[in-house]
Design a protein around this ligand. Structure first.
Ligand code: SAH
Length: 263
């Protein structure tokens, strides 16, 4: 049996980005794919409202961290997807944000293709873009940040990312995913790299959802701000002068709202 005839007996798996939370930030393609799904495997970051777009009576299978973190979890997910592709026509693996950004889509894509299963990635809006639009600031700006860097707070083995060592924040917007637990290390590495203590940082929890919270500070203050306000996951960090721009825009909005508020 050649690879192509092998494939025709099986369903197709779509690795779909759910966006950062707000269901309106689903792409049209993601929405269409969810509506035709026979089974959906979803993880922690997918808002329940997004699952509501699926047809009634299909199987919704939770495969997130609450099931317990152990080394073979990714292998188990891969086998579940392979098994489902043998049973159903349209299988969706739904992931927060964009599946191609810190979403382990590579492992799943490779596992499926190596079993001869058809597979497609459906882009989602990554949290960084969701945050920028929800708070109303750009990620790049010719006067504040000409470059963007997406970093993860931790690596596969749990060690901190190498990306913060010797990193000069000037002229960049640095977005840190999964950075909450290693904030102390991130701050100390950025200070060791020679960045000023007053380098601005924002932390945004539950971005794009009704429960969104944003706090701004700098390298010196952000850790205590996070502790005092009990900021919890999911949260993203935005580092760089663009945070100053965000504050300036907030001040402008406040100035205008006081002018426009009737006496
Ligand atoms: N693929 C996702 C990222 C997955 S890594 C994307 O493109 O956005 C998981 C991390 O994403 C979380 O630890 C957190 O840092 C960030 N994240 C996801 N959703 C978020 C949200 N609604 N608000 C804040 N951070 C979020």
């Amino acid at each position: 049996m050649d690879a192509r005839s092998h494939q025709t007996n099986k369903g197709k798996v779509y690795l779909v980005g759910a966006g950062p939370g707000d269901p309106e930030l689903l792409t049209v393609k993601a929405l269409k794919t969810l509506r035709k799904a026979d089974v959906v495997f979803y993880d922690d970051l997918v808002s329940p409202r997004i699952l509501g777009v699926c047809r009634k009576k299909i199987q919704l299978v939770y495969v997130g961290k609450r099931l317990g973190i152990h080394s073979c979890l990714q292998d188990e997910i891969n086998s579940k997807l392979i098994q489902a592709a043998n049973e159903f026509k349209t299988v969706v693996r739904l992931k927060g944000g964009d599946p191609s950004i810190f979403g382990r889509v590579g492992e799943e894509f490779a596992a499926l293709l190596s079993e001869g299963i058809q597979c497609e990635i459906v882009a989602g809006i990554t949290t960084a873009s969701g945050v920028a639009s929800s708070l109303g600031f750009p990620l790049t700006h010719r006067d504040y940040a000409r470059e963007i860097l997406f970093l993860s707070g931790h690596k596969k083995d749990g060690a901190n990312s190498e990306g913060f060592k010797n990193l000069n924040c000037v002229g960049k917007t640095i977005v840190v995913y999964m950075g909450l637990n290693s904030i102390g290390l991130i701050v100390s590495e950025l200070l060791d790299a020679g960045n000023a203590k007053d380098t601005p940082i924002a932390v945004i929890q539950n971005a794009t959802l009704d429960t969104e919270r944003v706090f701004t500070g700098n390298l010196n203050s952000i850790q205590s701000i996070i502790e005092e306000n009990e900021v919890k996951s999911p949260a993203i960090l935005v580092i760089g002068e663009i945070v100053r721009f965000y504050r300036e825009m907030e001040n402008l909005k406040n100035d205008y709202s006081s002018i426009l508020t009737p006496l």
